[in-house]
Design a protein around this ligand. Structure first.
Ligand code: ADP
Ligand code: MG
Length: 695
């Protein structure tokens, strides 16, 4: 697990440690541990307090404690599961030890009158507290004295590596560290050591916390010595991301001069004026594109803030400078909608728009690829298929990625090879407003712009929570809304992984609704429909030939039908807040007041209740994202790919948020004042495998 320090001059191979033969060395190797230094970075996941004996009368369920007592009696119970029960007491209270696996000898040993010391977790039993399979010692002196001097560390481990082995290994390594034999370098600036702790002290205390350490802080991971290491780790990531970003900017990109005439022709045909926020973003991007090194810009803008137009203006600049533009969307449906928009916008300007997705096969596909390679199309819209090896661009100047949270750093960087001799500029757009602290970490390779203003005339969506026991009432409501000329969405959600189940549920719901609401014209879209069928249904909904659209979460992004002002979301408790926010963003696009009914399945968990209330209380995507982060953690919010890529060992993005700005500062100081430390630091925490080698 920890990064290897074996490239430093004083590498101390694990095989030189006592008790490490070829077998153990192999096991350690699997954990990425090669040296004694590595072992020091293999930190305990938790601690036990075995330093003092607790009175049985004071123990409570959940506590992990050492108790001492006398065996009162023991018995074998034949219940659902045969068990040996040993009753012990110490004068302050009594406790049962329960063993499901035991030998005859064990049973005989645990006889009445024996003095026993045991360690285990206390649980609530039928009439009395219990310990299940405690560790125990017999025939002890009951003097309440224990020889443990520090809290007991529990290490993350692997098959065949016992906790005692880890303790012996770390004992040896701490000894070597103290003797100065490991050459473990202090890589952070000196003031960090005095403010937090030196590295050596932090490691020593974390492996062997003294009994007087603040156990609560330690357990929460908030102790100063833990923060020292978390800060170092976050700094290592910052340094690595900055190096990557710096290297990326060394590449050559085509400077894209803008064509004011074309731009104003485009703006003139829009049925609206750009908002101030849109204008600002367009200007920043326009400047970036003039540079001869690649732009790497993230545009964050809430659902409906009008990111597509901003993308179109960037595209226009590239195209008028003689380059091609690739626009990638996360789903077929959304890519289709983008294609339609761009065809309308660019058609009148004489710009060819092509569409490329995985579903395009055979001859039409070959033709499309030929046109792209021959520079016959300038604007190419599609899905991931845009970046397959077989797609060769004649002159790719700009790559636009919509909804980038599904797209990782590495994928982003791989796009550079799609340019011809030059590296294309990159614009990534997301409607998931990522809290600032997180954005700084996960996207440190990008510059960030925010579109913090919605187009005028939007009325915020009113959201209510309603139990699915009141489905009848909800259907009535849909009926009324549709009869008065409005349109509605009915969104069916199921567990994300099972697309086919989700489609089935949507089909069933559509049938049920068709039966119950016979006057309504009902359509259905889900992921298993062909894209032409999907397109047809969507088109009918858009033109008002359908009143109600039953859908799976495929409509999450993009879909734009201003007359739709009511949305029912089934089982919203299964979705993340940001996803709900995206879905809800499909309504509230016209000038009538819109409503969103979150039809949950009762009873809601407390967390579920809390999360859905957030949806009721705010329509601000940033607030929602922040809450989502607090309630679900960064992995869920950013997508596992992004956080997985970070591979943090000690730091926790949520818990250690406040350290992030500090880590940025320290990273800057290191790069400018201690440049010879940066590579060592990155290697220490990220190892070689996660180095962003190919930038
Ligand atoms: P998102 O940021 O969610 O991708 P879109 O680009 O799909 O938003 O825009 C949402 C809707 O708002 C579209 O119908 C678009 O035409 C419209 N729109 C964009 N900018 C403006 C504006 N400045 N004024 C009015 N409507 C706008
Ligand atoms: Mg969009």
């Amino acid at each position: 697990m920890p990064a290897s320090e074996n490239n430093t001059t004083s590498a101390f191979p694990v095989t030189r440690l006592k008790g490490v033969g070829p077998k153990a060395a192999e096991r350690l190797e699997k954990l990425g541990i090669h040296t004694a230094q590595d072992i020091l970075f293999h930190l305990p996941i938790r601690y036990q307090d075995r330093t003092s004996v607790i009175n049985i009368g004071t123990v409570r369920p959940g506590m992990q404690v050492v108790v001492e007592g006398e065996v009162d009696h023991s018995e074998i119970r034949f219940g659902r599961r045969r068990a040996l029960l040993v009753h012990i007491s110490d004068g302050t209270g009594s406790l049962i030890l329960r063993f499901f696996h035991f030998s005859a000898a064990q049973k005989n040993n645990l006889a009445k009158g024996k003095q026993i010391r045991c360690f285990g977790e206390v649980r609530r039993g039928q009439n009395r507290y219990e310990m299940i399979h405690p560790e125990y010692q017999l025939d002890i002196e009951r003097d309440g004295e224990l020889d443990e001097e520090s809290l007991t560390p529990i290490y993350p481990t692997t098959e065949g590596m016992h906790q005692l082995t880890w303790r012996s290994l770390t004992d040896q390594c701490l000894q070597l560290l103290e003797e100065g034999q490991l050459g473990l370098q202090e890589l952070l600036p000196e003031n960090i050591a005095s403010e937090y702790s030196t590295l050596a002290r932090a490691l020593t205390l974390l492996h062997r916390p003294p009994t007087d350490i603040d156990f609560a802080l330690l357990t929460e991971g908030k102790h100063k010595i833990q923060q020292r290491l978390a800060l170092e780790e976050l700094t290592a990531h910052q340094v690595s991301l900055r190096q990557m970003r710096y290297q990326h900017r060394q590449h050559e990109a085509p400077p894209l001069k803008s064509d004011r005439k074309l731009q104003s022709a485009f703006l003139k045909q829009l049925p609206f004026n750009l908002t101030g926020a849109q204008q600002n973003t367009v200007e920043v991007i326009s400047k970036d594109l003039l540079n001869d090194h690649p732009m790497m810009r993230l545009v964050q803008g809430d659902v409906g803030s009008g990111k597509t137009v901003v993308a179109a203006l960037a595209a226009l600049q590239a195209i008028s400078a003689g380059y091609q533009v690739a626009l990638m969307a996360p789903t077929e449906l959304l890519s289709e909608q983008h294609r339609n928009n761009f065809q309308i916008w660019f058609g009148t300007l004489g710009i060819e728009v092509a569409w490329l997705t995985g579903k395009l096969k055979g001859k039409p596909r070959r033709q499309q690829l030929e046109r792209i390679a021959a520079n016959q199309v300038q604007m190419i819209v599609g899905t991931h298929a845009l970046f397959q090896d077989e797609v060769i661009y004649a002159s790719l100047g700009l790559v636009i990625i919509d909804e980038q949270h599904r797209f990782g750093v590495h994928q982003r960087l791989a796009l550079k090879d799609k340019g011809n001799a030059v590296v294309p500029h990159q614009l990534v757009m997301t409607a998931t407003p990522i809290p600032r602290t997180l954005a700084m970490t996960a996207f440190a390779d990008l510059d960030v712009s925010v579109i913090d203003e919605l187009p005028p005339g939007r009325t915020p969506v009113k959201t209510v929570l309603i139990s699915d026991e009141r489905r009848e009432q909800v259907m009535q409501r849909v009926q009324q809304a549709c009869k008065s000329g409005r349109q509605a969405y009915w969104v069916c959600t199921l567990i994300e992984e099972s697309e086919s189940l989700q489609c089935q549920a949507a089909e069933d719901t559509a049938n049920l609704l068709a039966e119950q609401l016979q006057e309504l014209r009902i359509g259905l879209v889900h992921g298993r429909l062909s894209s032409s069928d999907k397109e047809r249904v969507m088109q009918h909904f858009k033109t008002g030939e359908l009143d109600l659209l039953v859908a799976t979460t495929v409509i999450e992004v993009g879909v734009d039908v201003p007359n739709a002002s009511l949305m029912i979301i089934e089982n919203p408790e299964r979705l993340g807040l940001s996803q709900l926010h995206q879905l809800r963003g499909r309504v509230g696009r016209g000038s009538v007041e819109s409503h969103c009914l979150l039809m949950y399945h009762a009873p809601l968990s407390q967390n579920g209740q809390q999360r859905l209330s957030v949806m009721r209380e705010t329509t601000d995507g940033f607030v929602i994202a922040q809450k989502d982060l607090e309630l679900r953690g960064p992995g869920e919010v950013l997508g596992t790919r992004q956080t997985g890529e970070m591979q943090l060992k000690i730091a926790d993005l949520m818990r250690d948020q406040l350290l992030l700005p500090r880590a940025q500062e320290v990273a800057e100081t290191l790069i400018s004042e201690y440049p010879h430390h940066t590579d060592l630091l990155v290697r220490r925490w990220l190892g070689n495998k996660t180095r962003y080698a190919n930038v």
